[in-house]
Design a protein around this ligand. Structure first.
Ligand code: HSX
Length: 238
């Protein structure tokens, strides 16, 4: 797995490498009309999880990256609700280290550490906050943060805060897809007067490598017809 540094502390797979090419050629995206959010392209990580060979290749390459760190290897994986769970959990399983779920506070039990409010790539009415269970990451731990995608970096920063509030350090933030023009990496590195500026960010591919060919929108769709088909209608159409 050849990795290149495209800007200070921002790493990605060599775009001509086999895995980068496979992801870029298979990762589907949807236009706003067929997406839950109003973003130009909604990247769908299920194109990886529904393809066992590609899913295994992604998990194995990311696990190998962290296993190869030897004494500096992570002691914990922190996965972001919800799509970060899909990659974070199998990576932690491969490494034989704990997988910690970062979720909305109202969804988590126990005594919680909660992040500052943040906004995501799409403007939402209310900012989000994220939480982990206090004690799930002990002081001195080394944590890799895993999500499907980094856009503005708002979600990522909540993970950095929760690791910091645990007395632990972030080894790296990792995602499958990066959207460099939204400047998420710069946002992480400038957060809190640069307190996370030395922490690497690693994405397997950049959105610029994902072409029109993998648009998942149906080629024809009746104007005004809902994209959600109710059970009762679906069974009539069988
Ligand atoms: C999406 O937004 C992804 O699954 C990530 O968790 C998040 C990335 O957006 P941003 O916070 O970097 O803007 O739901």
């Amino acid at each position: 797995m050849e990795v290149i540094e495209i800007s200070p502390k921002y790493y990605t797979l060599q775009p001509e490498g086999e895995l980068a090419k496979q992801i870029a050629s298979q990762l589907t995206w949807f236009s706003p009309k067929f997406s839950p959010k109003d973003v130009p392209r909604f990247y769908d990580i299920s194109a990886v999880t529904e393809n066992p060979a590609l899913f295994q290749a992604v998990v194995k390459s990311m696990s190998a990256r962290y296993r190869s760190m030897g004494d500096a290897a992570p002691t914990h994986v922190l996965g972001f609700d919800a799509r970060g769970f899909l990659l974070g959990a199998p990576i932690a399983y491969e490494l034989g280290i704990p997988f910690v779920m970062m979720r909305k506070a109202e969804k988590s039990p126990g005594v919680l550490l909660r992040s500052e409010p943040y906004h995501k790539e799409y403007a939402e009415a209310h900012p989000d906050t994220m939480a982990i269970r206090k004690g799930s990451i002990g002081p001195g731990s080394r944590v890799v943060l895993v999500d499907d995608l980094i856009a503005t970096g708002g979600t990522a920063i909540s993970g950095f805060q929760l690791v910091e509030a645990s007395g632990a350090t972030v080894v790296e933030f990792a995602a499958v897809i990066g959207i460099p023009f939204l400047d998420g990496v710069a946002k992480i590195h400038s957060e809190g007067n640069g307190k996370f500026k030395d922490v690497p960010v690693f994405t397997l591919v950049h959105d610029s490598a994902i072409t029109e060919k993998t648009c998942g929108d149906p080629s024809t769709w009746e104007e005004g017809k809902s994209r959600v088909i109710a059970y009762s209608d679906a069974i009539k159409q069988l």
